[in-house]
Ligand binder design. Structure first.
Ligand SMILES: [Fe+2]
Length: 225
């Protein structure tokens, strides 16, 4: 079974379409949250992933957009929380508010868990050198998928694996190509992929809207603590 895992699309439809075209035939599509926030295609991204039957958890941007948690005052403008809320219909906001904080499925002897940021919340950033990650031990054959950092990662944790597929819409490693990956449950293999798209055209579109175009493809080593 081929399971594609995406995360942190953040309303970037061209990047999402590039990833969907690249992944080919899959058996399931999982999303680690943050469908919305930052960029202008939030309604289209929500509709596209719903139509595909993607299984998604909620991210901190879903929690902020739906009012479940307040946006940090210093980042609310940068995140474009108010704009995002206005761009979504009440029905879409209701769908986002109902997303679970965790998903778990079992295929070919693998236990696959999806969370946005960490096993315990939607806001902790887990990088390969994070002390909290070093203390994490998973049972054999458990795959824990996380997003949130916008950095691809694969770390062994006991008998299990912690994977971050990276960000579709806003990679933060100086590489403008959209990041995602595919898990082959039969072989237990993870393929990390990067897909180019016309990010310069998207940057120009953002610039016209007054959104910082550098945030698409020109973010490197941006880490929130
Ligand atoms: Fe994010």
């Amino acid at each position: 079974m081929r399971i594609a895992v995406i995360s942190d699309v953040h309303g970037n439809l061209p990047a999402l379409e590039a990833v969907l075209a690249d992944m080919g035939s899959i058996d399931a599509l999982l999303c680690c949250g943050d469908l919305v926030g930052y960029y202008p295609d939030v309604a289209e991204v929500v509709d596209r992933l719903r139509a595909l039957g993607a299984l998604s958890v909620r991210g901190n941007h879903e929690l902020m957009a739906t009012g479940a948690i307040p946006a940090p005052v210093e980042r609310a403008g940068y995140y474009r929380i108010d704009w995002t809320r206005r761009a979504l219909s009440p029905e879409q906001l209701g769908w986002l508010a109902a997303l679970p904080c965790a998903l778990e499925l079992h295929r070919d002897g693998l236990a696959i868990e999806v969370r946005h940021a960490s096993p315990w919340d939607e806001e902790t950033y887990l990088y390969p050198d994070s002390p909290a990650l070093a203390g994490l031990t998973l049972p054999d054959a458990r795959w824990l998928f996380l997003g949130h950092t916008h950095h691809p990662m694969l770390v062994r944790a006991g008998g299990g694996v912690v994977v971050n597929p990276g960000s579709v819409g806003q990679p933060r490693d100086w590489n403008p190509k959209a990041a995602y990956g595919v898990l082959d449950t039969a072989s237990g293999g993870w393929e990390q992929r990067r897909v180019g798209y016309d990010h310069r055209a998207y940057q120009r579109r953002l610039e016209v809207m007054g959104v910082d175009p550098r945030s698409v493809g020109l973010l490197g080593r941006m880490r929130f603590a």
